[in-house]
Design a protein around this ligand. Sequence first.
Ligand SMILES: Nc1ncnc2c1ncn2[C@@H]1O[C@H](COP(=O)(O)OP(=O)(O)O)[C@@H](O)[C@H]1O
Ligand SMILES: [Mg+2]
Length: 248
Amino acid sequence: MSKVTVTPKSLVVLEDVVKTYHMGEVDVTALNHTDLVLDRGEFVVILGPSGSGKTTLLNLIGGIDSPTAGRIVIDGEDISHYRQRELTMFRRRTVGFVFQFFNLIPTLTARENVDFALQLSDRDRRSGKHRETSAQLLAKVGLSERLEHFPSQLSGGEQQRVAVARALAKKPALVLGDEPTGNLDFRTGKLVLSAMREVNRLLGTTVVIVTHNQPLAAAADRVLHFREGRISRIEVNAHPVPPEDVEW
Ligand SMILES: Nc1ncnc2c1ncn2[C@@H]1O[C@H](COP(=O)(O)OP(=O)(O)O)[C@@H](O)[C@H]1O
Ligand SMILES: [Mg+2]
């Protein structure tokens, strides 16, 4: 009998998932028999000490890595036993990533960085037809005035908002951020999180973010607390605070 309850709203389902890394003679169990269901449209924050398994969880639900045991179903697709190639296709279809170090292409403008992501996700890859969409996405994250700027001409917070627009380009069901505010001051981090919340509300995208900025958890619908490879506690915020209103 399964311990998790899956409904049509479930987007992410983990059943008894284990991830063990083999380091020579040593085995490190980074995720230890984890069950988890995330619904479509949820905005989830993950908190926990360094080494508690947060990145491992994101990598598994984002199809960057495979579980050692257990079952992972994302948007109805069982990815537990996918090979590299299948995982790549799955990621392209379903997941947008926002990284700690922005990872924008330095020789492309803000708009071109988003265009490029649109082209990658588009089967016919016609260039030019994406320019309008990119501008709209950048407007959603508050960057209408920065379309033709290069990354080096943007602040850290602006670069990260370009990265958010880029992650959204293909309208993924799931957006994952591993410490997306980790390299930003608190005020700027809040702007980035606001952009992600806005998109979550407008497009119904499920957003999962790992952060060290504990106060930001007040902005989430649910907070998963990690400890030693397990979810030790789940907090539900009946009234999540807008990220821009979170107090330090
Ligand atoms: N690629 C890897 N190879 C070996 N051990 C790893 C690897 N990735 C993570 N680990 C180990 O797994 C545990 C969980 O790591 P991680 O998921 O990165 O935690 P967090 O993101 O919470 O800091 C840690 O003990 C870490 O050292
Ligand atoms: Mg980590």
